[in-house]
Design a binder for this molecule. Structure first.
Ligand code: ZN
Length: 135
């Protein structure tokens, strides 16, 4: 089973290499956010349990949840979670006895292919490594 390269990006602006529309608003500690004293789980539970039809706290919880999701999304990017969701397909080049990576690099292995050498991720881009058999 292979991972899909297509999927929902964490942010459209990021996928299009555009600047963050919120500037550095979310470049802060979690505690500095609205309701920052709540853990992620506590905030999620508070939003879920709130009766949004009648509670005066509804808008405060929804705003805090919006801010928390945006903040978590940026933190997730910071720790480099995104590259692991992409795939880098390596193809063997029998003319040069080396491997062409899907991200445009070339690697020569002393013996065997990437799988036989226990390689699971591309050294260049960090994507999940897959071998393409070309015959
Ligand atoms: Zn790669």
């Amino acid at each position: 089973m292979t991972q899909q390269t297509q999927g929902t990006p964490s942010a459209t602006w990021r996928a299009k290499n555009q600047p963050d529309p919120h500037g550095d608003r979310y470049n802060c500690e979690r505690a500095a956010l609205c309701m920052g004293s709540l853990t992620d789980d506590q905030l999620a539970n508070a939003v879920f349990m709130c009766d949004h039809r009648t509670s005066l706290e509804s808008i405060a919880y929804l705003t805090a949840a919006k801010d928390r999701i945006r903040w978590l999304s940026r933190k997730l990017e910071e720790v480099g979670a995104a590259p692991q969701s992409s795939i880098c397909c390596w193809t063997y080049d029998s003319d040069s006895f080396s491997w062409d990576t899907g991200c445009g690099e070339k690697w020569t292995l002393m013996d065997g292919g990437p799988k036989e050498n226990g390689m699971h991720f591309c050294h260049a881009c960090g994507g999940k490594l897959e071998e393409e058999s070309n015959g």
